[in-house]
Every structure is written in C-alpha cells, then in structure tokens.
Write a protein that binds this ligand. Structure first.
Ligand code: ZN
Length: 61
C-alpha cells in the first residue's frame, strides 16, 4: 500500500475536441496526432479541459 503524486497525462477540450498529451521531457502539452492528423480543434476556442475523470492527486495501490 502506498500513495504517490499523479499528474494528468491527457486532456480533451469539451468545446472543440482538441486533444493534448503531456510531454514529461519538455514539461509542455503537445497536440495529439491521430492517423497523421493533429487534433488541434478550434484555435480561437477558450478550451475547457475535461481532465477531472483522469486526474486524481493521490493514487492508492
Ligand atoms: Zn477547445
């Protein structure tokens, strides 16, 4: 049993469908590519990220 810090690794915008994934090496969000297409969504969107389902500050195992 233990706990560790956990950070979100993926996030999707609820408004435009933009998908990003966390790049640990550079510490930045990167746009997800799917079938060679970037899931960039709407560049003018005020993104509303749906990460609550993925994000849990403490993970028990
Ligand atoms: Zn968006």
């Amino acid at each position: 049993m233990g706990t560790r810090l956990r950070t979100p690794e993926d996030r999707t915008c609820e408004r435009c469908g933009r998908e990003e994934t966390w790049d640990e090496d550079d510490g930045v969000w990167r746009i997800v590519r799917e079938d060679g297409e970037r899931r960039v969504g709407d560049p003018y969107c005020i993104h509303e990220w749906d990460i609550t389902g993925e994000f849990s500050p403490i993970e028990e195992y």
